[in-house]
Ligand binder design. Structure first.
Ligand SMILES: N[C@@H](CCC(=O)N[C@@H](CS)C(=O)NCC(=O)O)C(=O)O
Length: 212
């Protein structure tokens, strides 16, 4: 087996720490009990070799031998393939997990990221576009609340889909966006209570703090 190498920035400003997307990969690697190494790429000077791994000059990416993968969803699918527990082999259960992976990234994170940018910027202006975005996110959160009210995890067992969905919702919760969605909030609390989240979170904070 090749060594798994996760790349993140060498440093980021204080505000995004604890929410940088290498955390999703760290968390999955910890849950899967796979050996891995974390390496840094410069945040400030993104050279040609950065773009060879990531076309948008972002992080994270994961290398596995000569394979290099960007996009946190694709990275988690790859880790899931190498894990006994995070992505079931049974075809029915597997497709359930994969559909929730896409739902987290394409149905919930799609409105939650622009919504969070407004929060980060402390922009409270109630423009028509802003109201539309709020309604878009609220509709997704209401549906997720209905789903999560009846279950512990998205599928029978905790999976890569739960890492992604809870991490997406965690950022909304940071800005108190889950106060009307108790089931979403409890789900996030359950997910972040897992020891592997805790390890990934603290490792990320330590990684960036070391570069201050
Ligand atoms: N869809 C990508 C988003 C990656 C992303 O937004 N990365 C952020 C860190 S969390 C980044 O590199 N931001 C710096 C930038 O965009 O220049 C994924 O899920 O991996």
């Amino acid at each position: 087996m090749n060594e798994l190498i996760l790349t993140t920035y060498d440093w980021v400003p204080e505000t995004p720490r604890g929410y940088v997307r290498d955390l999703r990969a760290r968390w999955a690697l910890e849950e899967a009990n796979l050996a891995y190494k974390v390496v840094s790429t410069p945040f400030k000077d993104r050279g040609a070799s950065h773009y060879e791994h990531h076309p948008f000059g972002q992080i994270p990416w994961l290398t596995d031998g000569d394979l290099t993968i960007f996009e946190s969803g694709a990275i988690l699918l790859h880790i899931g393939e190498r894990s006994d527990s995070l992505l079931p082999t049974d075809p029915h259960q597997r497709s359930q997990v994969i559909q929730w992976v896409f739902a987290a990234l394409n149905s919930v994170e799609m409105p939650s990221v622009p919504w969070s940018i407004y929060q980060f910027m402390n922009d409270q202006e109630e423009t028509p576009g802003r109201q539309g975005l709020n309604q878009f996110l609220e509709a997704r959160l209401q549906h997720m609340d209905n789903v999560l009210d009846a279950r512990e995890w998205l599928t029978e067992d905790f999976s890569i889909a739960d890492i992604l969905m809870s991490d997406v919702l965690r950022l909304v919760d940071r800005f108190d966006g889950l106060s009307d969605y108790a089931a979403c909030r409890s789900y996030v609390a359950r997910a972040v209570a897992r020891p592997c989240f805790n390890k990934a979170y603290n490792d990320q904070l330590a990684h960036f703090a070391a570069a201050d």
